[in-house]
Design a protein around this ligand. Structure first.
Ligand code: SF4
Length: 117
């Protein structure tokens, strides 16, 4: 498995458009996931990395902090669901580092729901 650092572009907090999470803010540390669960639906998403790659959003915690600090933020977020299309606790130290710092930022202002897909 190759872990590649990528820049997160666009907004960090986006509302889910599906099922029981509709209109809830969701957050993923990576695109792609090393665990390759047989039942995983996330690999079929448009833009999913090629098999054998995980893209890690290296700038995620800084971007989240700026977004939460922005007084012109349009939607008030009260809680966020992590891991709707990946897993924050993959084994690579860089994934864990980004996950820790991003959750720390989120914890300052939001309730968190951390579960695996
Ligand atoms: S995102 Fe969740 S379900 Fe998919 S491979 Fe990773 S841990 Fe498994």
């Amino acid at each position: 498995m190759r872990f590649l650092e990528v820049e997160r572009k666009g907004r960090v907090l986006n509302k889910a458009q599906f099922g029981c999470l509709r209109d809830c803010f969701t957050l993923n540390i990576t695109k792609g996931c090393e665990f390759l669960c047989a039942y995983c639906y996330a690999r079929g998403y448009p833009g999913a990395p090629v098999s054998g790659e995980v893209h890690v959003y290296g700038n995620l915690s800084d971007k989240l902090a700026k977004e939460l600090d922005n007084p012109r933020r349009r939607s008030e977020a009260s809680w966020v669901a992590f891991n709707t299309a990946s897993d924050s606790f993959q084994t690579h130290p860089f994934v864990l580092d980004v996950a820790y710092h991003t959750m720390e930022e989120a914890h300052q202002e939001l309730l968190m729901d951390i579960r695996s897909t």
